[in-house]
Ligand binder design. Sequence first.
Ligand code: HEM
Length: 507
Amino acid sequence: MSVSALSLTRFPDSISGFLQVASVLSLLLLLFKVIQFYVHRQWLLRVTQQFPFPPANWFFGHKISEDQELQEILTRVKNFPSACPRWFWGSKMRIQVYDPDYIKVILGRSDPKSHGSYRFLAPWIGYGLLLLNGETWFQHRRMLTPAFHYDILKPYVRIMADSVHVMLDKWEQIVGQDSTLEIFQHISLMTLDTIMKCAFSHEGSVQLDGKYQPYIQAVEDLNNLFFFRVRNIFHQNDTIYNLSSNGRQAISAYRLAHDHTDQVIKSRKAQLQDEGELEKVKKKRRLDFLDILLFARMENGSSLTDKDLRAEVDTFMFEGHDTTASGISWILYALASHPEHQQRCRDEVQSLLGGASITWDHLDQMPYTTMCIKEAMRLYPPVPGVGRELSTPVTFPDGRSLPKGISVLLSLYGLHHNPTVWPNPEVFDPSRFAPESSRHSHSFLPFSGGARNCIGKQFAMNELKVAVALTLLRFELLPDPTRIPVPIPRLVLKSKNGIHLCLKKLQ
Ligand code: HEM
């Protein structure tokens, strides 16, 4: 027999040999994964045994439909004091925490953000301030803190008021007497307009130029896709996820979001090519957000790479508009549902402003409106929860403890609805925030707390006050009884069916 005939007969043998080896290896890998799953699950059950939880399927965990998530947290708050494990599947669990003493302990430590879920945000917002940890986070926080200095924020009040007026002018044109409007979309465009002007020196109006809607839509899609990915066992692996239809939708949304932020960076760089503009910026005692980043890059290129810069722009573009849009929308809904409080706020703003334009000095002189804003943020916290991964073991004040490596979700929604902290938590009662009322230091945390609290807190509070005050001067707000919003937890608190209000123009 010739040599070639010999190798031909051996060829099928070598294929079947290869297939046999591959099958054995696959089986071994599967067995390894099953053992890993089992061992990890047993470890989780053992180390969290002091924390009871409602019955869960050993493989599928707690199956909760998306519009029942918040309801489920309320049930847990009532039945499982302080904290309760939420199983996503057999080997993935995190502890939901909603007790102020527990939250105080966690926020007083320096645990990193939960890698298991926050990493899914990285292809979109990169490792900017929100996702960074450790020394790099500290350096970026120190570099960006001056962008929120009082001197910088003061002139923004005028920009905020202009953006709100553009939106209210549009509302006047759209609504006749008694018509209803889905406000969340309009408010998102308005808050994007504001952050683009304040932090990114954008010239022109995002609200009047139709080309920004795709960015808003991309942010909406990414909010939903993130929520579903965290809960899907088959979507944890990047390669598998990217091949799925959700993964492909996410990739196209990242592209849209990045096109938007690339354009913003490019256009500011082009403006700074102009000698006059550059001189103007150099003379400023304090720089706006994007200029801090661009100058840090120019002066010490090694400290901030292009990738770092893009991540910060993507982070602030998202955090700087979606959170405030949620805040303003839910506050207006809460006021629409409570006409007596709405009228009291309107009276306060009318007597404060008369016919004058709103300024920085007015913002501290609307106590009742501020109480209503806080009460609405208690009921509808714009960021419903924040995650941490324990870097060392922790013991809580009641003696229960958790080991290193456990993921915890500080449920701000659960905390704000906890009846042991807030009696009759579902009742809208602004007097809870009256100056003389006392409460636990960690009972109201819409902006989180500790070293990693919200860097944009003051900016956000100013924007909420300006938007609420100016809206109440021009419209009476009523809920649409046929479309009561259903809150759903996403990166920010959204409504499943939008937020529809009936707007009546005031004479
Ligand atoms: C009502 C509006 C807002 C609310 C309720 C809010 C809430 C929060 C919360 C709860 C956190 C902690 C997140 C975590 O630990 O995972 C946070 C962080 C952050 N927020 Fe806000 N935020 C708002 C507006 C803003 C605005 C307007 C900006 C920017 C202009 C901003 C920028 C950031 C950034 C960059 C972080 C990360 C800070 C760090 O880790 O050092 N936020 N925010």
